[in-house]
Write a protein that binds this ligand. Sequence first.
Ligand SMILES: Nc1ncnc2c1ncn2[C@@H]1O[C@H](COP(=O)(O)OP(=O)(O)OP(=O)(O)O)[C@@H](O)[C@H]1O
Length: 234
Amino acid sequence: MLKANGVTKNFNSHIALNNVSLSVTGGQIYCLLGANGAGKTTLINHFLGFLKPTSGEVLVNGKNVMNYPLETKRDIAYIPENVMLYGVLTGLENLEYFSALATGRKKPKDLLMKLLTDVGLRPEDAVRRVSTYSKGMRQKVGIAIAMAKNAKALLLDEPTSGLDPKAANEFSLLLKKAAENGVAVFTTTHDLFHAKETGNRIGIMRSGSMLAEFSSDDVSHTDMETIYLKNMRD
Ligand SMILES: Nc1ncnc2c1ncn2[C@@H]1O[C@H](COP(=O)(O)OP(=O)(O)OP(=O)(O)O)[C@@H](O)[C@H]1O
């Protein structure tokens, strides 16, 4: 569903991505780990079509993002660290607005309310102004927007940073639920524990290069920490 084939991205003389390849199939959760400046957001921006690779190609559902910008955008949903919503609108109104924007069609309110409760928002919270929401609640609305759009792939940039452990755990469960429904999930994180708990596939990136890739079932938490620290060492 999501594929990067030998992607290199140079910003003038700076190599932000160096021949990066990875793939995420429907039903899989891929967690990309890496220190600040590793190139994680740059890679996401390629999937979103915001950046053109210097070389290599980025595919969404088999289509090159550069050649099929509209079709590929239709298949994906992006959830940044801070989900941007209208604070003066309720969660339900935000979902109504953004899902109509994404699909060109207004969905019935009861269906939208069900989507919000499915992602764990209480009905009484769904009709409150978003300006009163916690970060975790805003992210739940972000996931509901992705579900309303019927996105085949979810891209998330450090979604659990700043969430308390309970909210982070709830969020992981939501990602797992999306994957169970066949969605390809690609998320960046600094949190080794979250990556091991949530992902099926884990990648470690440093200075634009993919240093290690493995299945989370093949490693313990301690192994993960060892592999990560070994790859982060100078
Ligand atoms: N538009 C740009 N112009 C020049 N350099 C850039 C640009 N975007 C990113 N970079 C550089 O590319 C490198 C990778 O940045 P990126 O934001 O992808 O890292 P990251 O892994 O997401 O880091 P963080 O964990 O801090 O979010 C950094 O050195 C950054 O300064």
